[in-house]
Design a protein around this ligand. Structure first.
Ligand code: SF4
Length: 509
């Protein structure tokens, strides 16, 4: 009997940008007596069905975007005689769907770190429950990933998690509902141990794969102080102090290391935090800008963000502190108009954003937007390929619409075409070359251009384009570009490296 862990994907690029961390965390949660788990990341290569034998246990992690492929993999595994178990955000939200569509034997809701061991034992004993409700585990129970199982030459960035949960409540996001609004923050020792292990293996680029790396804002502290809520103030100050301790210790790691994270824009108003990020070599951050107008921000319940010139100032503050911004923008908001697309592209360039992604508003399960949209369509029986539109992730990929939410003034196709136009403009050679001035040498500038092109091929053309030839061409391009680029991310292993301030245990058995 073998345990398989599978990250499903319809598209495989041969090389991936970021390691899917959950695969290696569940590998750590798999009891040693069942041997080394077989890990398949389909963003690299499709699953080889022959690798699954009768009696094997197959764990499949799904989010809404890859649920359909996950169900195909599950059905295939069950047909080969395996026991099929689903987990991940989508399975947490729709456990029955995984049974009905994906031939599940069991579904795990919530964090798998602790419960997976029991699930595997139950599967072996033939006493699986239909659903395991694992809930949210505490930070001292987050498992370190088994990085020694990572293939050497496939990923550009490794990923380490420092905090789960986000105190905000953006309408298009499910994180605060599934991971909770209370930041569950790992202690610096645990984070450092994983980071050091990765650097020992030759990874110098590490994504701090958090919901929100800045869970306590200056405003939160002021509010607790104003309300004279001593308990809350103490909790927030402790969380903040731990962030600073983590960053201070990251700063003592080898100076070729580079970190990237995900953060809210409020961090730009916190000079001490930005300075600590710089010292820690957190050189980049995904910032959810979402919209450049106040109306757009109201649409997504994100009024803690800024718009217009104030937005340019905030985004520029990251840049001035040495933190490159990957700005994330949403198109198709009710207040968007044709001129919003150009205004967004111009602002992104003016604010000195290094990378940007432009996504189309999609009602994802678990979000406020989805609940509202689903209720509005309660009496609408539109079906595509026999699937109700409110279950859009079950529509075969080729027939899936790109835009679902009716817009007051623009057609879905206009939104899609204008979004594609902004990608084309932001990633045009002239604009990319202009932005490449953020690095110094000619070699680094050329690498910047290639990474920008790769990013655009992987995320824009395969996600937005309706033309299947364009999608196929982009996949080929991305495969071709990714291999040589990955080498730029590799570093000489440092097997002797120690955690600043103390020794680190070796890899998990
Ligand atoms: S979009 Fe970002 S800030 Fe908003 S709730 Fe989700 S994780 Fe938090």
């Amino acid at each position: 009997m073998r345990v398989h862990l599978i990250n499903p994907s319809h598209v495989s690029f041969g090389v991936a940008v970021i390691t899917p961390r959950w695969l290696y965390v569940l590998a750590a949660a798999t009891p040693a007596e069942y041997g080394r788990p077989a890990i398949t990341d389909e963003t690299l290569e499709p699953l080889d069905p022959a690798s699954i034998a009768p009696g094997d246990i197959v764990g499949i992690g799904i989010h809404t975007g890859n649920a359909l492929r996950g169900y195909e993999v599950g059905s295939l595994a069950r047909a080969r005689g395996a026991t099929v178990i689903y987990g991940g955000i989508h399975a947490t939200l729709y456990p029955d769907e995984a049974h009905e569509r994906g031939d599940a034997h069991a579904v795990v809701k919530g964090d798998g770190d602790v419960v997976w061991q029991r699930v595997v034992a139950d599967a072996v004993a033939g006493s699986l429950q239909r659903v395991y409700d694992a809930g949210q585990v505490e930070p001292d129970q987050f498992l370190p990933a088994r990085w020694e199982l990572l293939p050497r030459d496939r990923y550009m960035w490794a990923s380490v998690q420092t905090v789960r949960g986000c105190p905000k409540h953006c309408s298009f996001c499910s994180v605060w509902r599934t991971d909770g609004q209370r930041p569950r923050q790992r202690m610096p020792d645990a984070v450092l141990a994983e980071v050091v292990e990765l650097r020992r293996q030759g990874f110098r680029f590490i994504a701090l794969a958090d919901d929100n790396f800045y869970p306590v804002t200056l405003d939160d502290l002021r509010t607790a102080d104003r309300k004279k809520d001593k308990q809350q103030l103490h909790t927030l100050e402790t969380l903040r102090a731990e962030r600073f301790e983590l960053m201070e210790r990251l700063a003592h790691l080898p100076d070729d290391m580079v970190f990237f994270t995900q953060i809210t824009m409020e961090a730009s108003e916190d000079p001490d935090f930005l300075a600590a990020m710089r010292r820690a070599r957190i050189r980049g951050a995904l910032v959810g800008v979402e919209a450049v107008t106040p109306e757009g921000l109201k649409d997504v319940y994100k009024d803690f963000n800024c718009s217009g010139e104030a937005l340019v100032t905030r985004l520029s503050a990251f840049r001035q502190a040495g933190v490159h911004v990957l700005g994330s923008f949403i198109f198709g908001l009710p207040s968007d108009r044709p001129e919003t697309f150009d205004a967004t592209a111009a602002l992104a360039q003016r604010a000195g954003i290094t990378f940007a992604q432009f996504v189309m508003l999609t009602p994802f399960p678990g979000t406020i937007d989805f609940a509202r949209w689903e209720a509005e369509l309660a009496s609408d029986d539109t079906r595509i390929a026999g699937v109700p539109i409110t279950r859009h992730w079950l529509i075969p990929q080729a027939k899936r619409p790109k835009v679902y939410t009716p817009h007051p003034t623009m057609s879905p196709d206009e939104i899609r075409a204008r979004t594609q136009g902004v990608w084309d403009r932001f990633y045009s050679l002239s604009q990319v070359w202009q932005r490449s001035r953020c690095v110094r040498s000619l070699k680094a500038r050329l690498a910047f251009v290639l990474v920008s092109k790769l990013y655009r091929q992987m995320y824009a053309n395969t996600g937005i384009a309706t033309d299947s030839a364009r999608v196929a061409r982009s996949t080929q391009w991305a495969r071709w570009l990714a291999k040589p680029l990955r080498r730029l991310f590799a570093a000489r292993p440092m097997p002797e490296l120690q955690v600043p301030g103390g020794p680190v245990p070796g890899p998990a058995a």
